[in-house]
Design a protein around this ligand. Structure first.
Ligand code: CP
Length: 334
């Protein structure tokens, strides 16, 4: 059975087909191909775009979405095997996945890392546990990667650029008052390299490099796609000649679980904000961000309101790519 846990599990050809299907769904959004079908959406963390776009996407194809927030409006879940469940969780994922598989045709999960122990969080065990116990396809709605966001970003880029191969993409770290999940940064690195872009990872210092599993996979992707992957700590040369700037803030992994210490590191780097002066260094480059975004912290008002900002296109595309994905996983393609 095919799941959508990471784009690394999907071939470039299969991802291209999803993007083509999404473009067609963008032109013709309403159909009844998923009539009578359903998806359970499990949110362990907040969401606006993901929740709305999956729920609406299912409705636009004749299906329904059931939104559950374990620990709030549904029983809290235990994901570890063999645990004596005498803590807060009332239900094990084994039963929850089994029951939801009897009711629904798809299950989505958002489960951010715990921000305590990266050696544990980097294993992505919550989504893997769900996939293990589920008898229907599972969709990653953001864990330590955010593959739906990858598809939306790539569709937005292809809409403006056509072929993205050999175009310079800068994935820039930005300031934020606290250390955030690395998921979107990991994902941006994976999809840019998978599609043959010349990707520069710009971050203030080596402590902000991403986990080796994603750096290694991105290098492999670049090798397979004739793209490149470079690391830079220099703002001016990284932005110079860029076709696309993608911004995200994330926490320094060596300080994982120690936000006060990490703050001492990050507080020096407020100047990584994306502003017009930096964008002027690009080759009439495009800009995007996954949203939500703190204006004038991660990027200025002028950048967010510029014609070159794709953030709303990318957010809209979440709807179209996820519809294509649900159709694909259910064998209901056009
Ligand atoms: N980009 C994204 O996933 O948005 P939400 O957190 O609002 O779902």
């Amino acid at each position: 059975m095919k799941h959508f846990l990471s784009t690394s599990d999907w071939s470039r050809e299969d991802l291209d087909a999803l993007l083509q299907s999404a473009a067609e769904l963008k032109r013709n959004p309403i159909n009844s191909r998923l009539k009578g079908r359903s998806i359970a959406l499990l949110f362990l963390n907040p969401s606006m775009r993901t929740r709305t776009s999956f729920d609406l996407g299912m409705q636009q194809m004749g299906g329904i979405a059931i939104v559950l927030q374990p620990g709030k409006d549904a029983w809290g879940l235990e994901f570890d095997a063999g645990t004596v469940m005498d803590g807060d969780a009332e239900e094990h994922i084994a039963e929850a996945a089994g029951v939801l598989s009897r009711y629904c045709d798809l299950i989505g999960l958002r489960a951010f890392p715990s921000f305590v122990d990266w050696s544990k969080d980097r294993e992505d065990n919550l989504i893997k546990s769900l996939a293990k116990y589920s008898s229907v396809p599972v969709i990653n709605m953001e864990t330590i990667v955010h593959p739906c966001q990858e598809l939306a970003m790539m569709l937005a880029l292809k809409e403006r650029m056509g072929d993205v191969a050999k175009r310079k993409m800068v994935l820039t770290w930005t300031w934020h008052p606290r250390p955030l999940n690395t998921a979107v940064a990991n994902s941006a690195l994976l999809i840019g390299t998978k599609f043959g872009m010349d990707v520069t990872l710009l971050c203030p210092e080596p402590d902000y490099l991403l986990d080796s599993q994603f750096m290694d996979q991105a290098r492999q992707n670049a090798s397979d796609s004739s793209g490149t992957l470079q690391i830079s700590h220099d703002i001016e040369s990284a932005y110079s000649g860029a076709d696309f700037v993608y911004a995200k803030s994330w926490g320094a992994l060596p300080y994982y679980g120690r936000p006060e210490e990490e703050y001492e590191l990050r507080k020096k780097y407020r100047h990584f904000i994306v502003d017009e002066e930096k964008m002027a260094l690009t080759d009439n480059g495009l800009f995007s961000h996954c949203l939500p975004l703190r204006r004038n912290v991660k990027a200025t008002d002028a950048v967010m309101d510029a014609r070159y900002c794709l953030a709303l296109d990318e957010a809209e595309n979440r709807l179209h790519v996820q519809k294509a994905l649900m159709m694909n996983l259910l064998g209901a393609e056009q």
